[in-house]
Design a protein around this ligand. Structure first.
Ligand SMILES: C[S@@+](CC[C@H](N)C(=O)[O-])C[C@H]1O[C@@H](n2cnc3c(N)ncnc32)[C@H](O)[C@@H]1O
Ligand code: SF4
Length: 391
């Protein structure tokens, strides 16, 4: 067992970069394609499988004999793929990496979901959907530059719920241009009423270099003020708690038994192998990330070259910092015994000064064997993370 990462089971992330059109706030590696042409889809899936072979050649000893725990098809909009492509991908991953996986998630946009496709994904082996709902108000969706209309999105969501996945998550955005609290809390009621078992609620982030960043610079983006955004965040948390959802991570809320196994791997610094343009991996103490340029990724893989742009070993110091910084994202916090088992010494040996300061600022507190964010810490979580991750 390596010192810094868990070498037992493995998660796999597959990036599908295609979207109907690109949202002006999005900073993922994406390409707006309108309809996804079958030839483009076939080629991309073919290259993903070639990339898996390349990874196997290079990292085989670190990947072999590790049960496949989770697969996450993210994007972009993997919901644009035909179920047949998803099936091909899943079977190939399982054949190569001791599958089947316990949890297989697919992200989709409910406004652009062709009828029958959700059932096709279920039949292909997808167990969990992550649905980019964002809002159920046309004005907010329009302001966000989303391709979908609220009524279509609601129909899409209902059709996904009817299929009977093991779990299902809905993404909501708050702090969107001109979005009101009444709209947001109305959307939340609808999601709760429909019995959606997992909600991810993201504050809109203005990412540098996006059309939203340029619009803000020119004073063209009317965002809710800070107090309104704070009330939105607190209101979401309070209502979801009242309705029986546990907040288990800063943006994630689940009914019992519905936490995302795959996402929890990232916060626990457990190995995930990434495939596809821009995908990031952590395997056996090595972090590597593919180029974000689709043409470059395609050419490299087609020619049998590695598409990795950056690669570096994770030092013991960095592994400890990631473990603490990412661990604090989870509201259960960091178990002292887990830290000690992984790094061979108590937390305080490495982080005495940081933890003292965070306690004094009432950002983190001790509870039994763990150290976790306080109410104030949840509100100012970035202040906590910044002290550890990326230092
Ligand atoms: C990669 S998307 C996948 C789902 C699908 N593409 C969609 O957007 O509906 C995952 C989530 O990230 C959210 N997201 C993307 N950019 C964001 C930003 N700048 N601020 C907050 N949330 C963002 C999206 O709204 C989406 O729910
Ligand atoms: S649909 Fe999702 S991934 Fe695609 S551009 Fe919009 S936010 Fe980004």
């Amino acid at each position: 067992m390596s010192a810094a990462t868990s070498r037992d089971d493995l998660g796999v992330y597959v990036h599908i970069p295609f979207c109907e059109r690109v949202c002006p706030y999005c900073d993922f590696a994406v390409l707006g394609v309108g309809r996804l042409e079958p030839e483009r889809e076939r080629r991309y899936v073919e290259l993903l499988l070639r990339e898996l072979d390349l990874l196997w050649q290079k990292h085989g000893p670190d990947l072999a004999d590790r049960p496949l725990a989770t697969i996450y098809l993210g994007g972009g909009t993997p919901g644009l793929l035909q179920p047949g492509s998803v099936e091909r991908l899943l079977r190939s991953l399982e054949a190569r990496l001791g599958g089947p996986a316990r949890e297989v998630t697919l992200e989709l946009n409910p406004g652009t979901l062709e009828s029958g496709r959700a059932a096709g994904f279920r039949a292909a082996g997808v167990t969990r959907l992550s649905i980019g709902l964002q809002s159920l108000h046309d004005r907010t969706l329009r302001r966000l530059g989303r391709a979908q209309k609220a009524a279509e999105a609601l129909r899409g969501l209902e059709s996904c719920l009817a299929v009977g996945f093991d779990s299902l998550s809905v993404d909501l955005i708050f702090g969107a241009p001109e979005q009101t609290e009444a709209e947001l809390f109305g959307d939340l009621e609808r999601v709760i009423e429909l019995g959606v078992p997992h909600v991810s609620a993201y504050a809109l982030t203005i990412e540098p270099g996006t059309p939203f960043a340029r619009a803000r610079e020119r004073g063209l983006l009317r965002l809710p003020d800070e107090e309104t955004e704070l009330r939105m965040s607190l209101g979401l948390r309070a209502r979801l708690a009242e309705a029986g959802y546990e907040q288990y991570e800063i943006s994630s809320f689940a009914r019992p038994g519905h936490r995302s196994r795959h996402n929890q791997r990232y916060w626990a610094c457990r190995d995930v192998l990434g495939l596809g343009v821009s995908a990031a991996s952590l395997v056996a103490d090595l972090r590597f990330q593919n180029t974000r340029d689709l043409a470059e990724w395609e050419t490299a893989v087609a020619e049998g070259r590695s598409p990795v742009g950056e690669s570096r070993p994770v030092s013991a110091r960095e592994a400890r910092q990631d473990f603490v910084g990412l661990g604090f994202r989870c509201l259960d916090g960091i178990r002292r015994s887990d830290f000690q088992r992984r790094f061979g010494a108590p937390l305080e040996v490495f982080f005495a000064a940081e933890l003292r300061e965070l306690r004094e600022l009432d950002l983190v507190a001790d509870r039994e064997d763990s150290l976790r964010l306080t109410e104030r810490g949840i509100r100012f979580a970035d202040e906590v993370f910044q002290r550890f991750v990326g230092r």
